[in-house]
Design a protein around this ligand. Structure first.
Ligand SMILES: [Zn+2]
Length: 305
């Protein structure tokens, strides 16, 4: 796809959203601008949508910056770990991560990224900022960050905060996603029932117990051993202290990032996590996806029993 086509799609994105999605999101244009750090550092595998070429911002960086700007957000895309330092952390109303690996270590694979990693003090400041009320929006591989990559797993405060740790993915495929909470800003852009979309789908482990599920991964008919399990949360929200946390596993493919409905979901999440929009995120995971912790091995055992 040519750049011009991409730019055109970005420019028209808002107009393609459904009326209900628009009204909630349009309300965000008023009020003070929220300043958000979009951290795209890849400590491990660098996803193409966040990898810069020839010094130009990556696709995801361009999309979130532009769509944010139209809706009252100043999005700063960066791979510079110093942005979390105690003397800089206070400028951010929220944080968006599309990251991999241990972000306190130099990147293993992204040779184009020469920016410093997050310092120990910076990471501490980040957790403190979330706990005291700053927003966090995790995208796709944000759940493949820290945790097992620094030998902490389920005990990692980052994994506890985001609500799960990447467990695996199969081949990219069109999957059915059910809208569990169409009241979440931007979610109704996908409709109120279910929809189908092509992406790389993550399964997770070390799940939190207090997830407010927004979108559900319908596993029936999915190809790949890791998906032979009951339905599980695909997009969720939860509270971490006073901090508002949102995660969606979508966001690997370029055409997902270019999809106005996906952009609408991210805009809604930006609004809620930074306090522009109020939403009820009472945990519903035990009702919506009661068997979400059942692994494929456990599911197979139950089936044969
Ligand atoms: Zn991916």
């Amino acid at each position: 796809m040519s750049l011009n086509r991409r730019q055109m799609m970005l420019a028209t994105g808002a107009a393609l959203l459904g009326p209900s999605a628009l009204s909630a999101l349009a309300a965000q244009k008023g009020g003070p601008t929220k300043k958000v750090l979009f951290f795209t550092k890849s400590g491990g595998f660098p996803h193409p949508v966040v990898t810069r070429k020839d010094g130009r911002p990556a696709l995801a960086e361009r999309v979130l910056t532009e769509v944010g700007k139209e809706h009252g957000f100043e999005v700063v895309a960066s791979k510079d770990g110093r942005m979390f330092d105690p003397d800089k952390i206070g400028q951010w109303d929220g944080f968006v991560f599309e990251t991999t690996g241990d972000l306190t270590q130099p990147p293993k694979m992204d040779k184009a990224d020469t920016e410093p990693p997050i310092s120990a003090d910076g990471l501490k400041a980040f957790f403190g900022a979330i706990e005291s009320g700053k927003g966090f929006l995790g995208i796709h591989c944000a759940s493949d960050t820290f945790g097992v990559h620094r030998n902490m797993g389920a005990e990692d405060p980052y994994i506890k905060m985001i609500g799960g740790q990447f467990a695996g993915h199969g081949a990219q495929q069109v999957a059915t996603i059910e809208v569990a909470d169409s009241g979440f800003p931007g979610a109704s852009g996908f409709g109120t029932g279910s929809f189908q979309i092509n992406d790389e789908w993550y399964t997770q482990k070390y799940w939190a117990d207090d997830l407010h599920v927004i979108l559900v991964q319908k596993t029936e008919g999915m190809k790949g051993d890791q998906y032979q399990r009951p339905d599980f949360p695909e997009t969720w929200a939860r509270m971490q202290g006073k901090g508002r946390v949102f995660y969606t596993s979508m966001g690997h493919r370029e055409d997902v990032w270019e999809n106005p409905k996906y952009q609408g979901l991210l805009l809604g999440a930006l609004g809620w996590t930074t306090g522009k929009l109020e939403v009820d995120v009472t945990p519903n995971v035990s009702k919506v996806t009661p068997d979400y912790k059942t692994t494929p091995a456990e599911a197979a055992k139950k089936k044969s029993a």
